[in-house]
Structures are given as structure tokens and as C-alpha cells.
Write a protein of this length. Structure first.
Length: 245
């Protein structure tokens, strides 16, 4: 599929929605991309003006279909959620992605990564995070004026835009939400939901059991009251005042 834009000064320009490159080179890279993308979706689920995308071509310049990048994950504040074939910046109030993530793969050359860095620096990215799952190296850059400046200490770093915290555990990337909950895989999220549902069922069962016990206690109280009234009536029949017994 392609997105087509007409120009009064130029012939129609086609902005391809695919660069022909795979999203990931291996399962580990793919799982990390999905982990970050889906957890950011959950983090900003209630904010309609935060757009999160994975492997989506970003065109920053109208009329130029060669200047483009597809960050592994990108976050744009100030743009509505929704499906897009590509991110045409001039159609998005000219707002560039403020945060991008790249997960290094064996096929990424040093030249390619330098090119990506320069692209993100030139076109307005505020925060750029790069992780190499093979070496466990985590690097980040933060915008300072017109430049992306390397973050000296990434361990424990909190993203100014996202509020998430970065950690490394035995070389493995761990990301924590502002509420200190760790980013979870799909399997972990499913297990957590199953456990929550099980706890809810247990709570419901306990509530029903408590209700049953309360009903039984009420029944016993009613029976005791009935027995007491029967006894009082019996005593009165025999001429005995039950209040004086």
C-alpha cells in the first residue's frame, strides 16, 4: 500500500508505506520491540493524544519520499491515536516523534546507526534510546538545543517524557512504569490477568460464604426468638410470670 499526496508545483509524490525491510532480524529483537510498544500502549491507553507506533515509516519533509526512517518504536505526544500507513509529519501538525527506541540487531552496521542518530537529531527527536540485546549495552540521548547529548548514566534513568525507568538485570533490559510496575511480556500479562480473575473469584466465593453464614446466623436467631416466645407462652399458661422467673 502507498500514501499519495498531490502537489500544485510537482507531480504526485508517492510515499511508500513499506521499506521492504523486516521488522526484526531475530526473535529476541522482535520480542523486545513488542514488549516496549505494547506496554507503552497500556501506559497511555487513557490518553487519546499519545500516538505509539512500531516499525512505522516516518517522513519528516513534505515532497521528499527518500528522507525517512522507521524507528522500532516511536511515541508522539499531541497526536490522536489511530491507524496510519505511515507518519507524514506535515499532516500531523508538523509534530515529530518525541521519543524513539531502537533495538540493535546483528545486521545493523555502525554506519547505519550513525545515520539513524543524525536523522533523529536533525528532525527533532527529544529522547533516543538504543539497546543491544547481545551485549546488554543500553545507551540514551537527550535533546539539548539542536543536539542529542548522550545520557551519562542510563541505569536508573527516568524518561522526562514517558516517566518510565530503565534498569539492567544481568545485562537484560528492564523497564518500569511510573507506578513502579515492570513492563511485562504478553505471557506475563496474561498470567497476571488470570491471577487477578482467580483472586476476584475467590473474593466472590468468600463474600457468598459470609453472606450464607450471616443468613444462617439470622435463621438461628429467629429460631431462638421463636423458642423463647413459646416458652414464655407456656409459662403464662401455667400461671407463671416469665419476667419473674
Amino acid at each position: 500500500m502507498v500514501t499519495q499526496l498531490s502537489s500544485s508545483n510537482k507531480k504526485d509524490i508517492i510515499y511508500p508505506e513499506s521499506d521492504g525491510q523486516p521488522m526484526a532480524d531475530n526473535t529476541k529483537q522482535f520480542e523486545l520491540i513488542v514488549l516496549i510498544k505494547k506496554n507503552l500502549d497500556l501506559l497511555f491507553d487513557n490518553d487519546p493524544n499519545v500516538f505509539v507506533a512500531g516499525d512505522l515509516l516516518w517522513y519528516p519533509v513534505e515532497g521528499d519520499n527518500r528522507t525517512r526512517r522507521a524507528p522500532d518504536v516511536m511515541v508522539v505526544f499531541g497526536r490522536l491515536k489511530g491507524d496510519r500507513g505511515s507518519y507524514l509529519q506535515w499532516r500531523e501538525d508538523n509534530i515529530p516523534p518525541q521519543v524513539v527506541f531502537e533495538i540493535l540487531s546483528p545486521s545493523n552496521s555502525a554506519k547505519e546507526m550513525i545515520s539513524k542518530y543524525k536523522f533523529y537529531e536533525r528532525y527533532g527527536v527529544e529522547e533516543y534510546y538504543l539497546y543491544d540485546p547481545d551485549t546488554g549495552e543500553l545507551t540514551g540521548w537527550l535533546r539539548s538545543g539542536n543536539e542529542l547529548t548522550e545520557i551519562e548514566q542510563m541505569i536508573g534513568w527516568i524518561s522526562p517524557r514517558l516517566g518510565i525507568r530503565f534498569e539492567l538485570s544481568d545485562g537484560e533490559l528492564e523497564i518500569y512504569r511510573p507506578d513502579r510496575r515492570r513492563f511485562l511480556t504478553y505471557s506475563e500479562l496474561a498470567q497476571e490477568q488470570e491471577q487477578a480473575e482467580a483472586r476476584a473469584k475467590q473474593a466472590e466465593t468468600r463474600a457468598k460464604q459470609a453472606e450464607t453464614r450471616a443468613e444462617q446466623a439470622e435463621t438461628r436467631a429467629e429460631q431462638a426468638e421463636a423458642e423463647l416466645q413459646a416458652l414464655r407462652a407456656l409459662l403464662q399458661e401455667r400461671g407463671i410470670n416469665p419476667d419473674q422467673v
